[in-house]
Design a protein around this ligand. Structure first.
Ligand code: 13P
Ligand code: SF4
Length: 435
């Protein structure tokens, strides 16, 4: 731990179990009703939900079977056993929950937040021996990198990865870096203006190995809440940035800074110059080279859905996450991180109407917590993030009761050499406080 931070905001724990939203009409998979361990048996796959059609890499972590006893417990018993285990562990454990987690999980979270806030929260509980991360794999890796060596970070279901994070791997990014070096010279060497040709910027949603790549090349990690601040800082030191893995966050952020689309070539890994008609001249002229990654949750939102919401509710306020495609962000009234969306809803006058373009579990919870507003998800189909959804209370009960018995299961450990480089890029991220 190298950065000292104030305590993150502790948000109210929702009590209502919200499933879907007022506008939800059907679900994207009948398997959503299945228990996650039936999906875990199928090997590397993202499971039902928005990423169900994405191909999980063979290297994606697999969750082994949890003891049968947990698979048979009903919801009320799981809730009681998780509560009892938490009480027994006391301050030795901190439970972090991302906004996209199920209500049954959020009910046990000490901190509920977006990925930036949770990275800070991981630093804030010095007394905790165990950090149980109810989120996805890259978030748990980040917590391990930022926490002390004697703190164990635990991911309740190892199969909770992220399909977007899996769209960039070290081999692909190193190949891109080598090709850009051929075109632009030594990418780490500042020119006479003091700027390097390219700085790598990675979205938080990537492996620790890629954060380490960014750290050793002088780059910064960003989240959806501080991407604009990070890009501004990058351009003080670099002529261009290579932004991965999310093309949409990169494009939306850069465009809001006034950068033209013609200066944002798209890079598809494994192709000469990243394909997409890229040439030496277009790469030389570029300002933001966008990796061809995307989020399958946010790719579902469309301009037609926004038009339909406006037709039905003329006074609607449309807010979308910046992982949505550019035309969706353009058609919305505003865009921002999950915490931006939460704050917008909390600060609106009673009687407001919101159409929200982000993960449906979070939208459903906001709707349940704010009966004074009309809140619905832009997408009428119930289709949660496949991997966030893999964190089921049975896994949380299993990891916590294992800790009570003195057994650490599902620990996420980043090798120290990799962690040291990743920490450089994460420390730069934590200094880039969102506006
Ligand atoms: P936030 O940084 O807004 O929490 O988003 C994380 C994420 O994975 C969104 O898809
Ligand atoms: Fe990954 Fe999208 Fe799920 Fe976020 S919502 S964890 S980016 S797949």
């Amino acid at each position: 731990m190298t950065t000292s931070l104030p305590m993150p905001t502790l948000h109210a724990r929702p009590t209502a179990a919200a499933r879907g939203t007022a506008a939800a009409s059907s679900s994207c998979s009948p398997d959503l009703a299945a228990d996650p361990w039936t999906v875990d048996r199928r090997g590397p796959a993202y499971g039902p939900g928005a990423s169900q059609a994405d191909r999980a890499p063979a290297s994606a972590p697999v969750q082994g079977p949890i003891p049968e006893e947990y698979r048979e417990l009903d919801d009320a018993t799981l809730h009681a056993r998780i509560t009892a285990a938490r009480e027994e562990l006391g301050e030795r454990v901190v439970v972090l929950g991302h906004f996209y987690q199920r209500d049954e999980i959020v009910a046990h979270a000490d901190f509920l937040g977006d990925s930036f806030q949770l990275a800070r929260a991981a630093l804030s509980r010095e007394e905790a021996e165990y950090i149980v991360f109810c989120g996805v794999h890259f978030m748990a890796e980040t917590a391990d990198v930022l926490s002390r060596d004697d703190q164990a970070v635990i991911l309740p279901n190892l199969a909770a990865g992220c399909s977007m994070a899996d769209m960039a791997d070290v081999a692909g990014v190193e190949d891109c870096w080598a090709q850009l070096t051929e075109v632009l010279g030594d990418l780490d060497a500042p020119d006479e203006t003091g700027k390097v040709p390219v700085m790598p910027i990675t979205y938080m949603n990537c492996s620790a190995a890629l954060k380490a790549f960014v750290g050793r090349h002088g780059g910064i990690v960003c989240t959806s809440s501080n991407a604009a601040v990070v890009l501004e800082r990058a351009f003080e030191k670099a002529h261009r940035v290579l932004f991965f893995p999310d093309q949409h966050l990169g494009r939306n952020t850069a465009r809001a800074m006034g950068i033209g689309l013609e200066r944002m070539p798209l890079w598809s890994p494994g192709r000469p110059y990243g394909g997409n008609g890229n040439t030496v001249a277009s790469l030389e002229d570029s300002q933001v080279i966008l990796w061809h990654g995307f989020c399958s949750v946010h790719k579902r939102f469309t301009v037609d859905q926004i038009s339909a919401a406006r037709a039905q509710h003329p006074d609607v306020r449309v807010i979308v996450h910046p992982e949505c495609p550019m035309e969706v962000v353009d058609a919305a009234d505003e865009s921002g991180s999950t915490d931006h969306i939460r704050r917008a809803v909390e600060s609106a006058p009673p009687g407001s109407t919101f159409a929200i373009g982000t993960e449906i579990t979070m939208v459903g919870r906001l709707a349940a917590e704010h009966p004074e507003h009309t809140i619905f998800c832009l997408d009428p189909v119930v289709c949660p993030c496949s991997t966030m959804y893999r964190i089921h209370p049975a896994y949380l009960a299993w990891v916590l009761e294992s800790l009570v018995r003195g057994e650490v299961v599902n620990r996420i450990t980043v090798p120290e050499a990799e962690a040291a480089e990743a920490r450089l890029a994460l420390d730069r991220m934590l200094e880039a406080v969102p506006r």
